[in-house]
Design a protein around this ligand. Structure first.
Ligand code: PA5
Length: 451
């Protein structure tokens, strides 16, 4: 039994059931490749069965480390980029009080901040200003152990931490999460004696949220990783069971996306009505963008937060080039109550909604928007969560990962590699004069200077 509901009731006029069911044969093949691990990239399918295989010892160890960190740190810095931080951030921000860090009576867990997810000098310098004043610990997360952004951030923060606490105490404030044997981070961690968690060989970055990559920061932030895993387990059962477009929500989503894509809808917009879900969208964008965008193919994954972005992107979505479809995440029950007050003067004319909850207004905005966008020829899909909690987020994450694997296979690409990511790195290393890139350095110099 799962709580997440996927619905496509607003597709009529865009895609008939018969047109959709034409995809069943392709889905059967994709589902088989995913579940039986026979398709492209099948050495990176460890995440498919992972929710069932997470060991009690691992969960207990992560919970114990999280307890220790909560005892010594006001700030916990998560160093990582792409799949090595987005899953953790997505879950933490979805479940956190947005102002927890600024409230005096909410000191149960450290504030989680992120580093090594950019190369911004100002961002990292400002972070050091904060860390001068606060007690902190950190996790450095990199599967390859060689990614420039987290490596540079860790170099800076390690020096800061050792200066602040001394080498011995600093060592106890660092947890590394990396490959079991390869990469510079693994070697450094062994040499320095850091507590280290392993990212399984067969789980790629963007599918790694249920490994220590996601679980450790989420536990440090004070959330129940067992419930998160339980949600993923429940959704996995449904996803792997029958490859039916009618019965299996992930199959249905994958089939609809590919049908709409073939009809010219090249952009999918993930829509939410809760600012807390912004990083679920960022995680989803990476998951689908890196998995599908290759070989000249792929739906471009975009994201908006409504009603905020109705005042910026609403015009385009309603009325711009018709190549879009939307997947709307709706949360039924908010975590807090808030009723709009009556105002005798009613100068803003809002008394007609006084006494209603803000959530009722948000829901009517959502319904009104769906109907308007359908009128504007934007096909709409919906994912409903009863509320934001660990179980439901676990379901959502697994639903999206499984559907992404299916969808990529239907598209005909390898959803588990990312060869295109190397292009910028090659140029950057050539420009920075990295040893081994001498030929590229010369070529790029000629290209820029023109001689
Ligand atoms: O999904 C992926 O594989 C990537 O986004 C990686 O997670 C990202 O590039 C970071 O790589 P690493 O964990 O090796 O530092």
């Amino acid at each position: 039994m799962i709580n997440l509901k996927f619905s496509h009731e607003h597709l009529s006029g865009f895609l008939t059931d018969d047109e959709l069911l034409i995809m069943q044969e392709e889905l059967n093949l994709s589902h088989d490749m995913l579940v039986n691990k026979t398709g492209k990239g099948n050495d990176f399918l460890g995440w498919v069965d992972l929710p069932e295989q997470i060991e009690e010892a691992l969960l207990s160890s992560i919970e114990e480390d999280a307890r220790c960190i909560r005892g010594i740190a006001e700030i916990f810095v998560v160093i990582g980029i792409g799949g090595s931080y987005l899953g953790a951030r997505a879950v933490i921000e979805a479940l956190s009080h947005p102002f927890a860090g600024m409230m005096n009576n909410r000191k149960k867990a450290p504030v989680i901040v992120y580093a090594g997810n950019s190369i911004s000098q100002d961002y990292h310098a400002a972070l050091l200003n904060l860390l001068d004043e606060k007690d902190y610990a950190l996790a450095v997360i990199s599967k390859s152990g060689t990614t420039t952004e987290p490596a540079v951030a860790f170099r800076i923060l390690k020096a800061h931490l050792e200066k602040k606490y001394g080498k011995e105490d600093a060592r106890n404030r660092i947890i590394s999460i990396t490959d079991k044997s390869r990469g510079a981070l693994k070697k450094l961690s062994t040499d320095e004696g850091y507590k280290t968690y392993v990212i399984p060989d067969d789980v790629g970055g963007r599918y790694s949220v249920l490994t220590p990559v996601g679980l450790l920061p989420i536990a440090v932030a004070g959330f129940d990783i067992r419930q998160l895993v339980a949600g993923a387990q429940a959704m996995r059962k449904v996803c792997v069971a029958v490859p039916s477009i009618i019965e299996n929500p992930a199959c249905c989503y994958a089939a609809i996306r590919n049908s709409l894509y073939r009809m010219g809808n090249q952009v999918e917009i993930l829509v939410n009505y809760e600012p807390a879900l912004q990083y679920i969208t960022e995680w989803w964008k990476q998951l689908y963008g890196e998995s599908e965008g290759k070989d000249g193919e792929g739906i471009f994954p975009a994201g908006v937060g409504f009603t905020t972005d109705l005042h910026s992107m609403g015009q385009y979505i309603q009325d711009g080039q018709r190549m879009l479809f939307e997947t709307v995440i709706t949360v039924e029950t908010p975590m807090h109550n808030l009723v709009i007050p009556f105002d005798p003067a009613d100068l803003d004319g809002m008394n007609f909604i006084s006494g209603k909850s803000l959530n009722e207004v948000n829901q009517m905005a959502a319904l009104g928007t769906v109907l308007a966008h359908i009128d504007g020829e934007v096909p709409n899909l919906n994912i409903t969560l009863p509320k934001l909690n660990e179980q439901n987020i676990g379901e959502l994450l697994y639903f999206f990962m499984f559907a992404c694997g299916l969808s990529g296979y239907i598209l005909g690409v390898n959803p588990f590699d990312q060869p295109g990511v190397e292009a910028y790195k090659k140029n950057m290393f050539a420009l920075l004069g990295k040893s081994g890139f001498e030929k590229e350095s010369e070529a790029i110099r000629v290209r820029i200077v023109g001689e």
